[in-house]
Design a protein around this ligand. Structure first.
Ligand code: NAD
Length: 241
């Protein structure tokens, strides 16, 4: 890792007390949850349909059983625990420096690490509800169900996850945009920035401390004021010891 860049990041984090973090699946790969687009990510494994087809609203409606087979197998990681990235971000929030974590992840690991202001753009596998009576079900109920999980009332249970073709929750997106617009430093990490509309949110940042931390390069590397290629848990550990 480039020592000079790490030093700049360290200094910026020390100076700033209005930081916002925007992240994606790469934040949780160090917790052994595969992302979508890395070489060993889900998109490079072979299924009958591409993941974005299976994880779409129309597929869920038409082939619910097949949806759940993939979903239970590939999207739920019950034993995953927070890694250094989640833990350090939680620590920065506690120290009053970080104002919000905006995540595309659906694994609940930021909250497990202690972060409180977490804006989950794509929902969470930990929450599920009956489509008929809205009764809430936890993730264990989904894991332990055979086939399509069904409510006591007979209704079908749906994960509180934003599927492809579904729109984002406006209350959450409004808050995310507010934080991005008003923060002093925006740290973007572990995301390929290819899933819209979420990826477009960083356009709301108008400051001069846009930091990108990603294992591989992304299409927006050139726009960042500081671009660090590396594993986010390792980078944050290096600068926030
Ligand atoms: P993505 O798979 O498209 O991209 C992940 C990016 O993170 C890649 O550019 C990769 O190089 C990088 N990366 C991987 N490991 C890293 C690490 N340790 N440190 C730094 N960078 C790392 O993910 P995305 O942009 O978040 O979009 C995928 C969509 O899939 C999201 O909408 C998300 O909801 C969903 N998803 C979520 C999870 C999860 O909740 N953990 C897992 C897979 C997919």
């Amino acid at each position: 890792m480039d020592k000079e860049k790490l030093l700049i990041l360290k200094n910026w984090i020390e100076e700033c007390d209005n930081i916002v973090f925007f992240g994606g699946a790469g934040v949780s790969t160090e917790s052994n949850i595969p992302d979508f687009r890395s070489t060993d990510g889900l998109y490079n494994q072979k299924y009958d349909y591409p993941p974005e087809t299976i994880l779409s609203h129309s597929f869920y409606m038409k082939r619910t059983e097949e949806f759940y087979r993939f979903y239970k197998d590939k999207m739920i990681y019950k034993n995953a625990v927070p890694n250094n990235a989640h833990k350090i971000l939680a620590r920065l929030e506690k120290a009053g420096k970080l104002k919000a974590v905006i995540t595309q992840n659906i694994d609940g690991l930021h909250q497990m690490a202690g972060s409180r202001n977490v804006l989950e753009l794509h929902g969470s596998v930990l929450r599920n509800y009956c489509e008929k009576c809205r009764k809430f079900y936890d993730v264990d109920y989904i894991i332990n169900s055979v086939g399509v999980p069904v409510c006591q009332c007979g209704g079908r249970i749906k994960p509180d996850v934003v599927l492809y073709e579904e729109s984002l929750n406006t209350e959450i997106t409004d808050k995310a945009i507010y934080h991005i617009q008003s923060c002093e430093m925006l740290i973007v990490g572990g995301t390929s920035l290819t899933v819209y509309p979420a990826a477009g949110f960083i356009d709301y940042y108008k400051g001069n401390k846009l930091v990108l931390i990603n294992k591989d390069s992304t299409a927006v590397d050139g726009r960042a004021n500081l671009c660090i290629h590396g594993k986010i848990g390792e980078v944050l550990k290096e600068v926030c010891q």
